[in-house]
Structure formats: C-alpha cells, structure tokens
Design a protein around this ligand. Structure first.
Ligand SMILES: Nc1nc2c([nH]c(=O)n2[C@H]2C[C@H](O)[C@@H](COP(=O)(O)OP(=O)(O)OP(=O)(O)O)O2)c(=O)[nH]1
Ligand SMILES: [Mg+2]
Length: 146
C-alpha cells in the first residue's frame, strides 16, 4: 500500500487599506515557475500555520507580519505534490514587501465582474488559488467594512 504524503502550506493574503492584495510570481527553478500566487510556503516540522507564514513572508518579502486571520483550508493534487493550503489574511505588517528571491510582485484589486475576478496583470494564477478569488474578494470587502 502506498501512502500519500500531504504537504501543509501556509498561504498569506496581504491586504492593504485600498483593498488590494499582493501576488508574487513563482521564480525560475520552483515547480510551476511563472505562475502567480500568494506568498507563503511549506510548514516545517513543529511549526504552526502562523509561525510558518511569519517565517516565509520574512524570507520571501522581508516583512514582519502582525496577526493573521484564518480564512480557508483547501486540498489540491498537483503532478508535483499533494498540498493542503491554509489561507490566512493579513492586515498588519512592518516593512515594505520586496521580492527577496527575485520574484515579481504585484498589488491587485480583486474586482468581480460577471462572476469572475479579472486579474490581467497576474496571469496565470496557480490552479488551486484561482477559483477562490471571487469568495476572497467578498471576504476582503467584509473585513475592510468593519
Ligand atoms: N505560496 C503559495 N503556494 C501555493 C498557492 N497555491 C498553491 O497551489 N500553492 C502550492 C504550490 C506549491 O506546490 C506549494 C507551495 O510550496 P513552495 O514550493 O512554494 O514552498 P516554499 O515556499 O516552502 O518553497 P521551497 O522553500 O520549497 O522552495 O503550494 C498560493 O497561492 N501560494
Ligand atoms: Mg513559497
């Protein structure tokens, strides 16, 4: 019997006061290079989702995050890995995000039109993340309205 290894991934949705979210483009050398994603990465052993997120966003963007709000957990099977994605929304951080791994960054407002989010500047988006954007736009609107 073969055992499936599920990889936990902490995914950070940085959301600014204008309601924009930060996308990063996966650099050369990683699986699915060129795809856009939310910053984040794999949990190391013993880490909580928030701890992994704080570490990854410091490594990838050079920022220190404040609290993260749990939003969704999504399972996805790629040819390269079977992942469990823990999406967290972040409203507070210190420092200005910059691509420490030479990845391109882009702040993008999630505008829903005819039931889809048009994100022309951040195509293609990772297949597990793309279908969540409409609901994420909703969640962000609610968070900003409080
Ligand atoms: N960060 C992130 N990963 C995502 C998203 N959507 C999605 O399917 N994934 C998948 C792609 C990868 O299989 C996995 C993330 O793993 P990764 O390779 O980026 O992990 P890492 O940052 O720790 O990278 P490395 O140190 O292993 O190079 O999760 C997303 O929006 N953000
Ligand atoms: Mg990563």
């Amino acid at each position: 019997m073969s055992e499936i290894k599920i990889i936990d991934v902490a995914v950070g949705v940085l959301c600014n006061d204008a309601g924009e979210v930060l996308f990063a483009q996966r650099p050369e050398g990683k699986p699915m290079a060129g795809y856009w994603e939310f910053p984040g990465g794999k949990l190391e052993s013993g880490e909580s989702v928030h701890q992994a997120l704080a570490r990854e966003l410091h490594e990838e963007l050079g920022i220190n995050i404040g609290p993260s709000i749990h939003w969704r957990v999504i399972e996805h099977v790629y040819p390269h890995a079977h992942v469990l994605l823990h999406f967290q929304i972040i409203r507070e951080w210190t420092g200005t995000p910059h691509g420490k791994e030479n990845q391109a960054l882009h702040w993008q407002k999630l505008v829903v039109r005819d039931g889809v989010v048009e994100a022309q500047d951040t195509q293609p988006i990772l297949p597990a993340t793309e279908p969540l954007l409409v609901e994420l736009a909703d969640a962000i609107e609610q968070i900003l309205s409080v």
